[in-house]
Design a protein around this ligand. Structure first.
Ligand code: PEP
Ligand code: MN
Length: 298
């Protein structure tokens, strides 16, 4: 298969068939983030700090995750915090820091957009626009994202059913943007042993019912470094197309979500274990596809 995004399933689907449904595009949709591609055999790892805090922290993290084999650099500059007194993110200066760090290590960037007025600015810096869990049903934002020419990472809401999550994605596709990646990040349940409850079955359901790539964020789903590796490996085994993981060089000093940040060493260990699990389910860590001629001569 060529590395180009799919162009099947365009036009208007038959009455009653949502645009996100697998029936509408059975071959699946490939989503491009910079030169990286999701939705094919390659498994994509996105990693970096919860929040961009400054040049040194961001560069150190970027270097560490790139060296360990991550494919996309994450980092929030607009942070949706529960308390208005918590660190709200660096804003535009943070985007410049993130872009500079990403350029040095050659990785594309994912970062959260909180409202549509931020889009023109974000589009200049970011390769993948993240919609946070708290914004999953911000319909004006979803409509605006239907009109941009950048891919969208749509996190599942804290208390959203799979159906509500997929209908949120439908808004973006209906607006004309089919480059959508779904992200399961844990939901709120009666269970308090973990920060949220990772719903791995929802990953399998979303893969079955839609043609969109699905990734898992085991950092917010568990809230605890010890639990991130086992859940990341389980996500790979369950058919996810990638991971979104928080990493910080000094978790105890982090301005946001330090309690769940992996150290670079822990992240490296996870990256060493992933290929074995991926191999068992006929997948591999993403790597550039060889030109057809070279692949044929192998
Ligand atoms: C984040 O990725 O840092 C974040 C705020 O995630 P979520 O929206 O899933 O809580
Ligand atoms: Mn976070």
């Amino acid at each position: 298969m060529s590395g180009k995004p799919s162009h099947e399933g365009r036009g208007t689907p038959p009455e009653g068939t949502p645009r996100v449904s697998r029936a509408w595009r059975p071959e699946g949709t490939r989503v491009r983030v910079g030169r990286v591609e999701l939705g094919g055999p390659g498994f994509v790892v996105m990693a970096g700090p919860c929040a961009v805090e400054g040049m040194e922290q961001t560069e150190q993290t970027a270097l560490a995750v790139a060296a360990a084999g991550a494919h996309v650099l994450r980092g929030g500059v607009f942070k949706p915090r529960t308390s208005p007194y918590s660190f709200q993110g660096m804003g535009e200066p943070g985007l410049r820091v993130l872009a500079e760090a990403a350029r040095k290590v050659g990785l594309p960037i994912v970062s959260e957009v909180m409202e549509s007025t931020q889009l023109p600015l974000m589009e200049d810096y970011v390769d993948l626009l993240q919609v946070g869990a708290r914004n999953m049903q911000n319909f004006p934002l979803l409509r605006a994202l239907g009109k941009v020419r950048k891919p969208v990472l749509l996190k599942r809401g804290l208390a959203a059913t799979v159906q509500e999550w997929l209908l949120a994605a439908e808004y973006v596709l209906d607006g004309g943007n089919d480059q959508v990646i779904l992200c399961e990040r844990g939901i709120r349940t009666f269970e308090t042993a973990t920060r949220n409850t990772l719903d791995l079955a929802a990953v399998a359901v979303a893969k079955l019912r839609t043609h969109l790539p699905v990734i898992v964020d085991p950092s917010h789903a568990t809230g605890e470094p010890e639990l991130i590796q086992p859940m990341a490996l389980a996500a790979a085994a369950a058919g996810a197309d990638g991971l979104l993981i928080e990493v910080h060089p000094r978790p105890e000093q982090a301005l946001c979500d330090g309690q769940q940040a992996l150290t670079p060493e822990r992240f490296q260990q996870l990256m060493r274990r992933l290929p074995g699990v991926l191999h068992a389910v006929d997948r591999h860590l993403w790597r550039p596809e060889l030109p057809a001629q070279v692949a044929g001569a192998r």
